[in-house]
Design a protein. Structure first.
Ligand code: PMV
Length: 314
């Protein structure tokens, strides 16, 4: 029997980095999907096929590479829970670029968990987030859970390290531009750099956290209403804080300059140092903005909110 599920990528609309130091962040699931198909096997086999690696080993105790560790964790955990004595064949098909701050690893764990549970029983979003996050933490010890929550639940979420996540009841459609710098970076390194900035600029950092919190209170209603013009203005304000803490660079600045000729404002999404920017560009200008980015050598996409989150497709 085969069970197939999809799960969306995410963008951080507001609050990255400051969220690590106690403010809230606003995230949203986007319609860029990873699909995972899981087939139950009679024999003691764990076979995984994905762009980031493949393996064929024993599900009982075979070794897998670190990259495939989270998927092996999911297969083993759910097999044990459901009393499945055979193996599994997992095929991952992702349309989410990896290492770009769009939550590809979390989405992959979320889709794999949804599909694997789906082989044996109905699954709830709570179950998906719990197992997918445990799996992700086998590789990224510090994963906060925000990405897996956004991918599992879909829509727009507010996340805070202390209080967890809250889904914002918005059905607004929001069409944003996501452009990829093509520079892969380690979130941990960029986060450490911000920690150093904070240690050397205690008062200023505190002030920036306060500014970010105020910005987020204004930004949430704009996101709920799908007010692109205001969102763009707030992106610009948020970007100025991100630049001050040192997570932008020449490439990202250049991309922002290009998109800002067509829209209302842009910012880094995620850790920065590379990865992607998001931009509030009105629909009628998106084609031109994408062409300008392509001419400058950057891949970009129009994305919309994915309101559904993880789901079985058959
Ligand atoms: O680029 P990403 O998706 O890894 O996002 C990192 C977001 C940070 O706020 C910089 C770190 C975090 O754990 O929240």
């Amino acid at each position: 029997m085969t069970s197939t599920a999809v799960a969306p990528a995410k963008v951080i609309l507001f609050g990255e980095h400051f969220v690590v130091h106690g403010t809230s962040a606003v995230l949203c699931a986007i319609d860029m999907l990873v699909q995972v198909a899981v087939t139950s096997l009679e024999d003691d086999i764990l076979q995984i096929e994905s762009k980031v690696g493949s393996c064929k080993t024993m599900i009982s105790n075979g070794k897998v590479t670190d990259t495939l560790g989270p998927l092996a964790y999911i297969a083993r955990k759910i097999s044990k829970k459901s009393g499945h004595s055979g193996g599994m064949h997992i095929i991952v098909n992702s349309h989410i670029p990896s290492g770009a701050g769009l939550g590809s690893s979390s989405a992959c764990c979320v889709a794999a968990t949804c599909a694997t549970i789906g082989l044996f029983s109905e699954c709830t979003k709570e179950d998906i987030v719990e197992i997918a996050l445990q799996a992700e933490r086998t590789m990224f010890v510090n994963a906060s859970g925000a990405d897996s929550a956004a991918s599992a639940y879909g829509g727009v979420l507010c996340f805070n390290i202390e209080s967890g996540f809250k889904k914002l009841r918005s059905s607004a459609n929001l069409s944003l531009l996501v452009a990829n710098s093509g520079i892969q970076r380690s979130t941990d390194n960029v986060v450490s750099g911000v920690g150093e900035f904070r240690a050397n600029n205690v008062d200023r950092f505190e002030k920036l956290c306060q500014n970010e919190s105020k910005l987020i209170s204004k930004a949430i209603p704009a996101v709920m209403e799908g007010d692109l013009e205001k969102i763009g203005e707030y992106f610009g304000e948020n970007q100025s804080y991100l630049e001050e803490i040192g997570v932008s660079n020449n490439t990202l600045d250049k991309m922002i300059k290009i998109t800002d000729e067509y829209g209302y404002g842009s910012k880094i999404t995620g850790a920065g140092g590379g990865g992607c920017i998001i931009s509030a560009v009105p629909i009628e200008k998106q084609k031109e903005a994408i062409e300008a980015l392509t001419d400058a050598g950057y891949v970009s996409h129009t994305v919309n909110i994915d309101h559904f989150g993880a789901r079985m497709i058959h």
